[in-house]
Design a protein around this ligand. Structure first.
Ligand code: AMP
Ligand code: TRP
Length: 329
């Protein structure tokens, strides 16, 4: 079985965009791959975090992942901050990364271009920590959003560089970027990505939104004045976004939905999308509550940390041997 790994930062709350673009893919992948999913909380602190909020977001994230269908029997779920091997290998890979390479990474580049102040050295070097996260486990595939592809490419370069200098040590990973529903748009501005950090809460559906509130957000989603239900991202971005959401939640193909709505108006269509979102969130939040009540999160994470830790120990020991860092006989 090929190994697949991905990490999620526990910043802000998860949205329907996160579910459709990322989490639902992980759930599908867990049957076909030896899947490792971890909470990248050491990445979260590259920008200031409130400790209480970080803790709450992290536990919510784990519970939501489980509620979305990740099965701890199939996937190894762990929390990065419990595995010091990541920061250790991260440092070693930082020492194999060039300043120029890191300067080209978009997050750092964009923030510097905007003249932002308070950029930490951690934000600058985090792509080499991310490379450590990936190379530690010999991941063959890394499913990520478009914005993260560049970092997986850096991990490939670092793996090749290290193998070349010190002998075969790391598997060279490949990024996987989803194609359908890779970008769910804001309900209020359908040419902009639905994002946790959106200032307008009406544009975003939070996975922990009251289902009735989420339905209202769908009913007041921005559309257009054409009055026909077509999938046309250029001219009808709002309607196309709602079609994508409905299709991904119901499993019905977009063409079939479009056929059903021939000659019908936006009101009925929005009602159906609103109901689908309402039902989805109701079911998800029920499971979420059950998971919290069952109190199994600690147990699941402890098992995941232990399993990941055994692999990480071996890898770091091998890397240290290659570098001449272990001197005791
Ligand atoms: P982020 O919320 O930016 O940390 O992203 C976490 C994961 O969710 C990444 O794989 C993103 O590509 C995915 N994601 C975030 N927002 C959306 C969206 N609006 N549509 C589809 N996928 C998304
Ligand atoms: N940097 C990723 C993000 O901001 C999260 C992440 C950290 C990650 N380490 C990873 C993703 C390793 C995939 C593989 O979303």
């Amino acid at each position: 079985m090929k190994r697949m790994l991905s990490g999620v930062k526990p910043t802000g709350r998860l949205t329907l965009g996160n579910y459709i673009g990322a989490i639902s893919q992980f759930v599908a992948f867990q049957d076909e791959y030896d899947l490792y999913i971890f909470i990248a909380n050491m990445h979260a602190i590259t920008v200031p975090q409130d400790s209480k909020e970080l803790r709450r977001n992290t536990r919510d994230l784990i519970a939501l992942y489980l509620a979305c269908g990740l099965d701890p029997q199939k996937v190894t779920l762990f929390v990065q901050s419990y595995l010091p091997q990541h920061t250790e290998l991260g440092w070693i890979l930082t020492c194999h990364s060039y300043m120029g390479e890191l300067q080209r990474m978009t997050q750092y580049k964009d923030k510097t271009a905007k003249g932002e102040t308070g950029i930490t050295a951690g934000l600058f070097t985090y792509p080499s920590l991310m490379a450590a996260d990936i190379l530690m486990y010999d991941a063959d595939y890394v499913p990520v959003g478009m914005d993260q592809k560049q970092h997986v490419e850096l991990a490939r370069n670092l793996a090749e560089r290290f193998n070349h200098r010190h002998g075969e040590t790391f598997v060279v990973p490949e990024p996987i970027v989803p194609t359908v529903g890779a970008k769910i748009m804001s309900l209020q501005n359908p040419t902009k990505k639905m994002s946790k950090s959106d200032d307008n809460p009406k544009g975003t559906i939070d996975l922990l939104d009251e289902p009735a509130v989420a339905r209202k957000k769908i009913m007041s989603a921005v559309t257009d004045s054409l009055g026909v239900i077509h999938y046309d991202v250029e001219n009808q971005p709002g309607i196309s976004n709602l079609l994508t959401i409905l299709s991904r939640l119901s499993g019905e193909a977009i063409e079939d939905i479009v056929k059903r709505y021939e000659g019908k108006g936006y009101g009925d269509f929005k009602k159906e999308v609103g109901q689908a979102v309402f039902d989805f969130l109701t079911q998800l939040q029920n499971k979420y509550q059950q998971i919290i009540a069952a109190g199994q999160i600690d147990e699941i994470i402890a098992a995941g940390n232990a399993k990941a830790g055994r692999i990480a120990d071996k890898k770091v020991a091998k890397v240290k041997r290659k570098l001449g860092l272990n001197i005791l006989k």
